[in-house]
Design a protein around this ligand. Sequence first.
Ligand SMILES: Cc1cc2nc3c(=O)[nH]c(=O)nc-3n(C[C@H](O)[C@H](O)[C@H](O)COP(=O)(O)O)c2cc1C
Length: 499
Amino acid sequence: MTAFEGFRDFMAKCDELGELERINGVDPYLEIGAIYAINGQGPNPKLFLFDEIKGYQKGYRMATNITGSRNRGRLANGTPLDLSGQAYRDWLEKRLDEKKPIEPEYVTSGPVLENVMEGDNVDLSIFPSPTWHELDSGPYIACASACITMEPDGGYVNIGSYRSQYYDRNHIGLHSAHGHHGQIIRDHWFERGLDCPIVIHVNGDPALLAAAGAGEPWGVSELGTAGWMRGEPVKVIKGKTGLPIPAGAELVLEGHIMHPDREPLRLEGTFGEASGYYQRLEGHPAPPLKIDTVYYRTDPILAGSPPYKNVGGGGGGDGGDVALMREVRKAGFHDVRGIGHAGPFTVISVHQMYAGHGKRVADWFMSGINNRPPRMLVLVDDDIDPHDAREVFWAVGSRVDPKEDVHFYENNWASAVSPRFTPEQAHVPLEHAYTHSCMLIDALKPFAWKESFPPTNDVSPELRRRIIEQYGEYLHLEPERGGDGRTQAAGGAGMRGEM
Ligand SMILES: Cc1cc2nc3c(=O)[nH]c(=O)nc-3n(C[C@H](O)[C@H](O)[C@H](O)COP(=O)(O)O)c2cc1C
């Protein structure tokens, strides 16, 4: 594992890999956002480095889509680039077996101290803050941050990535969705009548961003996770609030989320959300942050990876299901063959051993495993590759009796940015109280008569393998369907998600 000293080191590696694109003279009002989104929606999402940004000092740069490619995601969390398929999955399993937090190392200096603004001298207006989407209510200074907070008793330190709207020279917003640990910690401070200290790492070591999005369980500090990803401790300096300041960062903001008794709520958003919609066009009231100290490198590079409408979803991700499968095993389930995603569906493939087996796994999963439960979950038998949308939809289309096999769960923890909330729900405080229903589509063959379920007329794996070997040149197969020698039989018994 090679730890990056900081963002510049990481960026140089991306440049070597041909993934860095430099663009000068772009307008932060909509142009940066549109360039980033249009490229990101395509097959080759680049790390863009914008300089000479209109209205800002040359050298004050903005990097977008930092971990937005397979290689960059892997670089950030210390995964080798050359592994794929089963070798990669085996590597990941071993790595997770050996996972051990590496706690941060406290130091007294670092590049982030090159420039410091304090108190009345704080002026956030000098840092590029794009307006990313056309209806956004204003510019955002941080959209790929690692926000560090600590429980009031000084114990648990959490990191999450939460966006920050720019308000004025020393005030910004924060959207930490309900149920995220950042919201809970904030409200523990508020319950005591106190402002919540916060450090926002706007950009720096990408391991911090990767750890911020890792969704560790309550009580597990992502600073240790970032150290584990790096293979060595994150170097930090003790900030004025007592929170750790990553020493190699490009820009860090330190201050407090203001208790509503001391500073009135301010409208946050509207903002283009990951759902592909704007949520609450009028914005929503949220506690603002007052920034007391700013630490930054000379000619800082900020970061932004806000959401854009992304309909590309599907596919098995880059090993995320390996971690989920470990949770399945930890929970004591057997014969779960894979977890994947197909369009809007989370898909679990089960080798059914008894009546109710699949539903039991689904009920457990719907409790939300380190995250919100999926809005739509599909159960499939083990002949279906849970990563392959075509197979999943075929199973749903052919094996489901809607009245029997579609089940609803009510009042589940839900993303606050679902566009499906009703106009009445629009008046509920965004950061506390959203729930909605979830759906399970049970596309398993009914257990009681699964042995007499009509057999599929698809070409059998054995015959398929032989025909591809013998007549492959006539078949014009896509690589994942056997064109590269991985026969489609691999989509059956040996499917990608199988463990
Ligand atoms: C680039 C990026 C931006 C994100 N923006 C937000 C956000 O604005 N608000 C939010 O609640 N979650 C956001 N998330 C998701 C959370 O950071 C993520 O779910 C995290 O695990 C929450 O951590 P926590 O439960 O420790 O607070 C973002 C994630 C990434 C990777």
